[in-house]
Design a protein around this ligand. Structure first.
Ligand SMILES: [Zn+2]
Length: 130
């Protein structure tokens, strides 16, 4: 962009344009282009800085992802220890298969906390056994 504007300036200087309204308009346009080129250069420098920052943030996110994955694995291990039957989960829901009738029952975390041993809505048997 800058070299092109410089080229345009050189072209105008070299053409020995008459000092009329047309020339003034052309010079105004060249001034405008130069200002734009300056701004774009500043802007792209800023964009580079932002991109560098984004890279760092992405690395942080990767780290967090790893930590999160580790924590989730730990949580699943705990689930196994408590003999919870559901391994699949979506969003806030855990899915449990009723040991009595085999129906898959979705429970959110709140329900699990409020009722440590919820009953199957289908057959009324405790979901996690006695
Ligand atoms: Zn049941």
């Amino acid at each position: 962009m800058k070299t092109k504007v410089a080229y345009l300036r050189g072209l105008m200087d070299g053409l020995k344009l008459a000092d009329d309204d047309n020339t003034r308009v052309l010079k105004a346009i060249a001034d405008c282009l130069e200002a734009m080129a300056d701004e774009i250069e500043t802007e792209s420098a800023r964009t580079d800085a932002i991109e560098a920052e984004l890279d760092e943030i992405n690395e942080d996110i990767d780290d967090l992802d790893e930590v999160l994955g580790f924590l989730l694995e730990e949580e699943e291990d705990e689930d196994d220890e408590e003999n919870w039957t559901g391994e699949d989960w979506e969003d806030d829901f855990d899915f449990f298969t009723c040991p009595s009738c085999g129906k898959v029952v979705p429970l959110d975390e709140e329900t699990i906390q409020e009722q440590p041993n919820p009953l199957c809505p289908e057959c009324g048997e405790p979901l996690f056994g006695e």
